[in-house]
Design a binder for this molecule. Structure first.
Ligand code: BDR
Ligand code: CA
Length: 313
């Protein structure tokens, strides 16, 4: 099977960093570029983190800097440093990378690339959907050129993780989500319904530390912050790896229970950021409602071991 071309739209972010290493390791995915967005940290920090990971692990992907404010122009007042550290990568103290972002903005890159390509391209969006909304607003002609958007975000039948209703990526820019849902582009939403069912145990992370060489050490270091966040909440039996789960959904739908329908995003009132699915067989959207954790863990570990254990020998 030909690998799927993917633009990775991300806010690294601890689980985003893991997802980037995973995408590189999945033979069925061909990463075209990385597009950054603010979310887990500022746009400057998220872009620097993407560049750092590419430099440290020799990932050959161009990095395009994206939005630093929401679709409607609002700046962030408080980043989630209690989950991702103040620098977005667990405050380990990594050096500043020498690699630089491309001169073009991520929105311009997406518009130009989608218009120019004859190959199908999917966008994997694991942060706020600000860049996608902006690109679709500036260039509505790209909607039919995007094969599919696979997104980590939202919650249908489970509570949100920021408010009772809303998940973080959607809550951070509900207007962007609403615009993307209305754009006509097919969307696979991989939200908390699925990602909370696919967890990684601390013991598995420790094994990866021993097996994956520098990648294992990197993941172990950045994850300490994340582990503390979950331990403080009394969760010791495994932490979600949201963005990696979405990456796996892109090429392994067989590991998910997927429901078709039409999604809308609430933008007003106390339910702001809520994603609502009206089921229908011919709807433009699909939602991962449940995940097979065991199969996903096996796929994750095989890909990571094949790619990163070989490097460390
Ligand atoms: C999502 O929010 C971010 O903090 C994570 O990177 C993930 O994409 C989980 O709600
Ligand atoms: Ca993310």
């Amino acid at each position: 099977m030909k690998p799927v071309n993917v633009i990775f739209d991300t806010d690294p972010g601890i689980d985003d960093a893991m997802a980037l290493l995973l995408l590189h390791a999945l033979p069925s995915i061909n990463v075209q570029a990385i597009s950054t967005v603010f979310g887990n940290a500022s746009i400057e920090d998220c872009t620097r983190n993407a560049l750092y990971i590419c430099e440290r692990f020799s990932l050959p992907y161009p990095v395009y800097k994206g939005a630093g404010v929401t679709f409607s122009g609002l700046a962030e007042t408080a980043y989630p440093d209690f989950v991702h550290g103040a620098d977005g990568l667990g405050d380990v103290g990594f050096p500043v990378p020498t690699r630089r972002a491309e001169p073009q903005s991520s929105v311009d890159y997406m518009i130009e690339t989608l218009r120019a390509t004859s190959e199908p391209i999917e966008v994997l969006a694991v942060g706020r959907m600000t860049n996608l909304a902006e690109a679709l607003k500036q260039a509505p002609d790209i909607a039919p050129l995007i094969d599919r958007i696979v997104m980590m975000g939202g919650a249908v039948a489970v509570p949100g993780n920021v408010t009772e209703w809303a998940e973080a990526n959607i809550y951070g820019d509900p207007e962007a989500a609403a615009f993307v849902f209305d754009s006509g582009v097919p969307v696979l939403m991989v939200g908390l319904d699925a990602t909370l069912e696919h967890r990684m145990k601390k013991t598995a992370l420790m094994s990866l530390r021993n097996q994956l060489g520098d990648a294992g050490e990197f993941l172990w270091q950045i994850k300490q912050c994340y582990l503390k966040f979950y331990a403080d909440k009394g969760i010791f039996d495994g932490f979600p790896i949201h963005d990696s789960t979405a990456a796996l959904a892109l090429v392994h739908p067989e590991c998910f229970e997927i429901r078709p329908g039409r999604l809308v995003c609430e933008t007003l009132g106390e339910q702001r950021g809520r994603t609502v699915l009206t089921p229908s067989e011919d709807g433009p959207h699909t939602v991962a409602m449940a995940a097979d954790s065991e199969r996903l863990t096996a796929l994750f570990e095989t890909a990571m071991q094949t790619t990163y254990s070989a490097r460390s020998q």
